[in-house]
Design a protein around this ligand. Structure first.
Ligand SMILES: [Zn+2]
Ligand SMILES: [Zn+2]
Length: 108
């Protein structure tokens, strides 16, 4: 866990060659932000469990039409992928995931 409370991401490599999880860009044109996939009351848990990704600040994180904070289907897609990764990485069932995050984001 780093000094800001982030465990290493289990979604992507963020150390050796940081890139945007959504579009693959590096930070040459736009800085990369950390995005906690589960926000609100689950934000700290997202950080602690490595459920965060790097996103281009403008296009992919905040302002673009498909940005995670601007587009419900992008946000849902990230949550579904994060749920799958968390279940895999932590050996959780769907019920275990619901116990942690209050909701199942996967389709039946
Ligand atoms: Zn991007
Ligand atoms: Zn964010």
């Amino acid at each position: 866990m780093d000094k800001n409370g982030y465990a290493p991401s289990i979604m992507q490599d963020t150390v050796f060659e940081p890139y945007c999880y959504l579009c693959g860009a590096n930070s040459a044109l736009d800085k990369l932000d950390r995005h906690e996939i589960f926000g609100g009351s689950n934000r700290e848990k997202s950080k602690r469990l490595g459920l965060w990704v790097l996103l281009c600040h403008n296009d992919c994180h905040i302002f673009g039409p498909l940005a995670a904070h601007n587009n419900a289907s992008t946000a849902l897609q990230l949550k579904q992928e994060a749920q799958r990764r968390a279940m895999e990485a932590y050996g959780w069932s769907i019920e275990d995931f619901i116990r942690e995050f209050g909701k199942n984001y996967l389709e039946d």
